[in-house]
Design a protein around this ligand. Sequence first.
Ligand code: HEC
Ligand code: HEC
Length: 490
Amino acid sequence: MLRTLAVPPQRARQGLRLTLAFAIAGSGLAACSDQPVVPTTQQIDDGSGLELDLELQLQLSLMGIDGRIEERFTEKLGRDIDQVLAETGRLLFFDPILSLTQDNSCSGCHGPNVSFNDSKSISVGIGNNGVVGPDRNGPFNLRRAPTIINAAFYPNLMWDGRFASENKDGFDNSQGFRFPEPEGTSLSHLEHLLMAQAFTPVSDRIEMAGFDFVGDNDAIRAEIARRVDAIEEYRTRFSASFPAIAAGDPLRYEHIARALAEFEFTLIRADAPLDQYARGDTAAMSAPEKRGALLFFRNPAACFECHITLGYANQMFSDFESHVIGVPQVAPSETNAIFDGPGHDEDFGRERSTGDPADRYKFRSTPLRNVAYQPNFMHNGAFVCLDNSIRHHLEMQQTLETFNPEHLEYRLHARRGPDEPMIQRAHHLSKNPRGRLTDEQFTDLVAFVEISLSDPDAHPDALRHLIPATVPSGLPVHDFDFGAPEPECR
Ligand code: HEC
Ligand code: HEC
């Protein structure tokens, strides 16, 4: 394991202490789980900062963070990205032709102006006003759209992980891809989980398809493929990637799904200060961020219990499992979705797809890379400030008691689901308040999540160039608002 440590050259002389600390770390691992894995900064810091680096580098190596996940993407994919197909996918991603109502596209809910997240706390699908930003209007859906940046690394998708690769690897279909019915395992022949996922938004009546078309999901997709096939520019573009289409075959939805996924493959942004640090640049992170990192990976904050980095997590900071952390329930006054519970003001989380009451209120631990670029947090955007979403983890009961949805837009003020049933089911880490961090420790923890995990290339300004001026259908490209003011948070 020592070989994977990124020890910067100026640290070579520290070899002996490194080995010593590593031995202590090893013994810590075998001890009781609420002991720190390695000695605390206070125990060994001589004030120079060197010890802090030593400690953090050890911790990162234990967590399997080597700063090289981004460069391993094509190795995992087993081939280079097909840039021609990705370009076709980019145009489709922004083109409302994929919506039978012709008023929404993938980019309507995953906007580049918000780092391919949702610009709203809860998605607005069909019937929108063409704006992507705080002024987007129209009936709400159930949940917020998470970012598609880095989603290619995920072993399962969606807030409840309901689209999953059976062997916990989105790049590997050998055990099949499992989706809820009606898709079931029918999309398992596709090369990557994102290709399978790309079949689903277009057939969702609330998101993109609308309620007028008569026919099942396959009929919807066939109609979309027919419409795209009728556009000469798309036929030319797809012909360049698929010889059968060049030879005259009709376009099928599968070609569209492959193009969309190929575009998503170009959205890997996993070279953050933490990664540079892990590769040996000790100046890439500030001292508060470094201290915050150690808090993240240890008790009492214990963030790493769910936001894991090892193995199938691909250094994405999620165990891709679902847990109850008791996020305040927010239900819109105007919605096309059916909410759960007696008051129709709750989201039962994973239970909605498994039907198992034991899964009630469970949501997938959110992968945390680039989270600071989001305008809202959690599955329903209940928080608009990163630090509040982190504080909630440490003091669930308290945030639930004091939560007031008035920082959200007025259509989300009216209906708030009950807390008590969630509190009863909460994960033990949420139930037993861990609010024991000092103010300084909390600030350090936020600095780590906010700065160290943010790849500058995932900032909205670095993504603006991806918006096409026009799309092949000739339909209007949405109006992306890059100027939304930052909320007042502290
Ligand atoms: C109406 C808004 C909307 C549109 C349009 C939309 N999405 Fe989404 N997307 C969402 C929401 C909401 C979720 C999470 C839903 C859930 O978990 O229940 C999501 C989830 C995803 C995910 C999973 C990300 C993760 O972290 O697991 C991917 C990938 C994705 N969408 C891609 C697309 C693509 C590609 C398109 C266009 C074909 C698209 N979306 C269109 C709202 C939308
Ligand atoms: C018990 C498992 C668990 C632990 C421990 C945990 N989280 Fe989470 N975290 C989650 C889940 C689950 C969600 C998504 C909840 C939802 O949206 O309803 C989440 C969401 C988040 C989000 C919001 C992400 C987004 O895109 O909206 C942040 C930020 C976050 N966690 C940071 C932390 C930090 C920092 C810690 C340590 C103090 C921590 N988490 C500890 C499970 C956990």
